[in-house]
Design a protein around this ligand. Structure first.
Ligand SMILES: *Cc1c(COP(=O)(O)O)cnc(C)c1O
Length: 545
């Protein structure tokens, strides 16, 4: 039905139908639904246009600030968003989209998501979620078990307990990291004598009572920006967020960490937490967690591991060892919407000791009463959807062994791609894939050779020009719409700390084939050769020198 009059719904009877029966089986929305459930990827390939309008033009489609006065047919609305919204979305599940941490989704999540939305459970309290509450606690328990591997008695005691929780489900890694630091802060500055606790009296009174001159949170320069956001929000301050240098493999320098901690302690600064990263966002490296744990113990600091992206590696028997020491962390962040193949909006923080969660316990009169099983007692967020159901389904349907296959395949793909780059004399691998993330750039062989013999000054100049070229290649590749890699800027030790712009590739999509990877390099080379404006000044230097 293509409603000719947009006023069609403007009476109570037809408006109520919006809550009950669909307009018609031939409507645009039913057609979309059918297509999506038969072949999601085909639907997306078909609806998302490859060469898209610039953002400024898309903004014109969303420029009206008035709430539409009159109701509209669902079909008309669906037609409209197909052209404006869907067509210019990003095809994140494409096997050629290898630049970010979002990849393909298993098909069964689509109907299950629909069920989840239909049920519309609110996980903040049992009254609005019933069976979803124990289900979510089980999911968090399973991930806790993956990290800490405690015995059955531990989970019997704690998984459904009200005196503490083994972790908290949340919208993502940012909130998980924030929750971890919140618990650490409140546990460290807890009530004592006539001091009622930092949660009651605030930072100033806490420092006065505990006689510190400041608080610090320590991580590496590769720490995720959400950690400094957390420090900001918790009143610790971004300047109290101390970033320690990394080694040539982008891992925190343990000697520097020890030195930093000693200095802070000498200055009477409380080292609230040390944050290790298991899978850095830009290079995918894992900090030496075991050694960090020892230093954290020495200073009585809370040890948090941000494994938002890398944590899923624990599901692989072959690669689990890369995370050695994670089980010593007081808290761990894992995002299910990254390598667990769940849609966005699913993160978790896990607590080694469930009782630390009492430090962030909040009660209210009408819900979250003392002794209730309401999950909201221990979460930063209030109303939350039943996303845990999607994690639950993936863990059950894919299973530990299935995930192992997926993770091993991603890491093998990354190693294969690294090998392709190494063998191609026009590319340069900048960071090796420890997990399934790597960085590289395009440097034609004759320029590479020239760089080797060039003076420091000339090298810096050419690297600056190469940065422009890398940016242009990445931008053009994105605009052409065939494939996508992301880019970032690193300061690799091998380049004396110079800023180097690199392509960044994350190989988590199981449908990405070796052929696609070969094509990405071929496409980049072809684009590079057309960037005459960026190439000319480099060639002039190389030929003139
Ligand atoms: C993605 C990520 C985060 C942030 O998680 P969101 O889900 O985006 O909030 C934090 N830390 C690391 C290491 C990450 O990869």
């Amino acid at each position: 039905m293509t409603g000719s009059s947009s006023r069609a719904n403007a009476n109570e009877a037809s408006l109520l139908r919006v809550f009950t029966i669909p307009e018609s089986d031939e409507s645009t929305l039913s057609r979309i639904e059918k297509q999506m459930s038969e072949d999601l990827n085909g639907f997306l390939e078909q609806q998302i246009v490859a060469v898209q309008k610039p953002l400024s033009e898309i903004e014109q489609d969303f420029a009206d600030s008035c709430i539409p006065e009159e109701p509209m047919w669902v079909s008309d609305y669906s037609d409209k968003i197909l052209d404006t919204l869907i067509a210019h979305s990003v095809h994140t599940s494409s096997p050629r989209f290898i630049g970010h941490m979002t990849s393909a989704l298993p098909y069964f999540l689509l109907p299950l998501s629909k069920m989840m939305v239909g049920l519309n459970q609110n996980l903040v309290k049992v009254e609005t979620s019933k069976a979803f509450t124990p289900m979510e606690r089980q999911v968090v328990g399973m991930l806790h078990n993956l990290v800490y591997q405690r015995d059955a008695a531990f989970y019997d005691q704690w998984m459904h307990n009200v005196d503490g929780t083994v972790g908290a489900f949340c919208s993502g890694g940012t909130v998980a990291n924030m929750t971890a630091l919140w618990a650490a802060r409140n546990a460290r500055f807890s009530a004592e004598g006539d001091f009622a606790g930092i949660d009651q009296e605030g930072i100033f009174a806490a420092l006065k009572h505990y006689q510190y001159d400041g608080i610090a949170v320590v991580t590496s320069t590769r720490g995720h920006y959400s950690l400094s956001k957390a420090a900001d929000l918790l009143g610790i301050g971004r300047r109290s967020f101390v970033a320690v240098d990394v080694d040539e493999n982008n891992r925190i320098r343990v000697d520097e960490l020890a030195r930093t901690c000693r200095e802070l302690a000498d200055n009477n600064i409380c080292i609230l937490a040390i944050m290790g990263v298991a899978g850095t966002t830009e290079t995918g490296n894992v900090d030496p967690l075991d050694e960090i744990a020892t230093i954290a113990e020495q200073y009585g600091a809370h040890f948090h591991v941000d494994a938002a992206w890398g944590g899923a590696t624990l599901l692989s028997s072959q690669y689990r060892g890369l995370m050695r020491g994670i089980e010593r962390a007081d808290s761990v962040t894992i995002d299910a919407h990254k390598q667990l193949y769940v849609p966005i909006g699913a993160g978790m923080v896990l607590f080694k000791d469930p009782q630390i969660s009492t430090a962030i316990e909040h009660h209210a009169k009408y819900i979250l009463r003392e002794g209730s099983k309401d999950i909201g007692v221990h979460t930063l967020e209030g109303s939350r959807p039943g996303m845990a159901m999607l994690v639950h389904s993936c863990l059950s349907i894919i299973g530990r062994q299935g995930y192992e296959l997926l993770i091993d395949k991603s890491l093998a793909n990354a190693r294969y791609f690294a090998e392709l780059i190494r063998q191609d004399e026009d590319f340069e691998l900048i960071s090796e894939p420890e997990l399934c993330l790597l960085t590289y750039r395009y440097v034609p062989s004759h320029i590479k050779r020239f760089l080797e013999g060039a003076s420091e000054e000339v090298r810096a100049h050419i690297n600056g020009l190469l940065n422009v070229l890398t940016r242009m290649i990445q931008k053009t590749q994105r605009e052409q719409g065939k494939s996508f890699v992301s880019r970032t800027m690193l300061t690799p030790a091998a380049y004396n700390g110079a800023d180097i712009v690199v392509f960044r590739v994350v190989l988590a999509n199981p449908l990405t084939t070796p052929e696609i990877l070969r094509d990405v390099l071929i496409e980049q080379k072809a684009i590079a050769r057309q960037q005459l404006e960026s190439l000319a000044p480099i060639e002039a230097l190389v030929n003139g020198g």
